[in-house]
Design a protein around this ligand. Structure first.
Ligand code: AMP
Length: 428
């Protein structure tokens, strides 16, 4: 008979993995609440047209696209931003600004599966729409820092600014399509190819020398680097404005959270064409792949038919956070809260055990009921293996007297208690 497997690039999460994933999701939700982001739930399936509207060919070629039974062209979401932009450009059009929106869920991309790269993965996504102030960019960075800290990860933020490049390219009259291709090459760190491309498109030797100097500028002394960039681009007013903007964002973050590990990389680009300002990615030691990324995209909402709304956002890769937590042996709090099991001593005691289970749940105590008809010894052995905390044993004599046997599975001790006392003990 065929042994069924998960589809390539997709995984089952169970045991410690699913617990860790849920723990991260909980922290992401907690972070959203702390910063005032409203959670929205959008469909996994969207129209292909919507998802393709602002995507380059590369993203389009990696979408799970199909026709539904009504013949509509649809696709599984390859990111949250398009859905959020749709909502903001339509239903939320007249809601008071700014919009702080949060979503968490699964994302689908036909990537080549490898460590930390799957075809179904999870993201938490935060969008702050309605302002182009640097405080908004700083908020997205601080929120990311807060989430990483809350799951116990040491992280660093890699930053750049698309406005520096766009400022130079636009002033030099470089066509948009060449600009986009150059940025995509830079995203893949193919800097020589990017420089060759812009030179072929007519950029002066002087200008390519400037670009080369910018590409080489990176490091952790962020304000020194910013001063250097400012000197290099002083003939390009729009690029200078971008440098000032980056300086302001960085000083806001570092004044509020001076311990934040930041690294500036002027040649850093992010693949998607819609970024207009600050861009960043999150890294942890010993893992080359990014745990999250985002930036400013002030013209995106227009692309979806809405009025122009400046916006900044971030998406965190929950699977990669999980991977990083494993490497660092960061434990999750949820694992400590082991549940309790209610075991009837014999067939007659099944119904009383059922009633007690339900009563305990009403009191807010999580319990599971032994329903396999296991002998007591076997039931206790299995509960031990599963690292449960207490076994509540329902015996005939005790039941008649309103008593319960509560066995502490770690200490291997048991006490006979009144039902009300048992509640108190289990609640601890
Ligand atoms: P992006 O939407 O491309 O900016 O990605 C945001 C984050 O999602 C990345 O930094 C990764 O952590 C995560 N991510 C992107 N693609 C994948 C993938 N194929 N598998 C797992 N995580 C991914």
């Amino acid at each position: 008979m065929t042994e069924f497997k998960t589809v390539r690039g997709m995984r089952d999460l169970f045991g410690e993995d699913s617990e860790t994933m849920l723990h991260i999701e909980e922290k992401a939700r907690e972070t959203a609440k702390l910063f005032g982001y409203e959670e929205i739930i959008t469909p996994i399936v969207e129209s292909y047209e919507l998802l393709a509207a602002k995507s380059g060919d590369e993203v389009k070629s990696r979408m799970f696209v199909f026709k539904d039974l009504g013949g509509r062209n649809v696709a599984l979401r390859p990111e949250f931003t398009a859905s959020v932009a749709r909502l903001v450009a339509t239903t939320l059009r007249n809601a008071p600004r700014p919009y702080r929106l949060f979503c968490v869920g699964s994302i689908y991309r036909y990537d080549e599966p490898q460590k930390g790269r799957y075809r179904e993965f999870w993201q938490s996504n935060y969008e702050l729409m309605g302002t182009d102030r640097p405080e908004a960019d700083a908020e997205i960075l601080l929120l990311t820092a807060r989430l990483m800290q809350s799951v116990g990860l040491d992280f660093s933020l890699k930053l750049g600014h698309t406005g520096i490049w766009r400022g130079i390219f636009n002033q030099e009259g470089l066509p948009d399509n060449v600009q986009n291709s150059a940025m995509q090459l830079m995203d893949k760190k193919q800097y020589d190819d990017a420089l060759e491309l812009v030179q072929k498109a007519g950029l002066s030797k002087k200008c390519t020398t400037i670009l080369q100097e910018l590409i080489d500028l990176k490091g952790k002394k962020v304000f020194n680097i910013i001063d250097n960039i400012a000197t290099i681009v002083h003939d390009y007013p729009k690029a200078c404005a971008a440098v000032d903007n980056l300086r302001e964002i960085l000083s806001l973050v570092l004044e509020i959270a001076p311990e934040t590990d930041m690294m500036l990389e002027t040649g850093f680009a992010r693949g998607l064409e819609y970024y207009t300002g600050m861009i960043f990615e999150v890294y942890v030691p010993n893992l080359e792949i990014a745990l999250g990324g985002g930036g400013r995209y002030d013209r995106l909402i227009e692309l979806f038919g809405g009025n122009p709304i400046p916006a900044v956002g971030v998406a965190h890769g929950l699977d990669r956070m999980m991977l990083a937590m494993k490497g660092r042996k960061t434990s999750t709090e949820t694992r400590i809260a082991a549940p309790n099991v209610v075991i009837p001593v014999n067939e007659e005691m099944r119904k009383p055990a059922f009633m007690i289970s339900q009563k305990l749940r009403t009191e807010g105590i999580p319990v599971e009921m032994e329903i396999m008809g296991k002998k007591m010894g076997k039931a206790l052995e299995d509960a031990n293996k599963r690292k449960m905390k207490f076994a509540i044993i329902v015996g005939e004599e005790e039941w008649k007297k309103g008593l319960l046997v509560v066995r502490d599975l770690e200490k291997r001790e048991q006490t006979t208690l009144k039902i009300e006392e048992a509640h108190n003990k289990l609640r601890k």
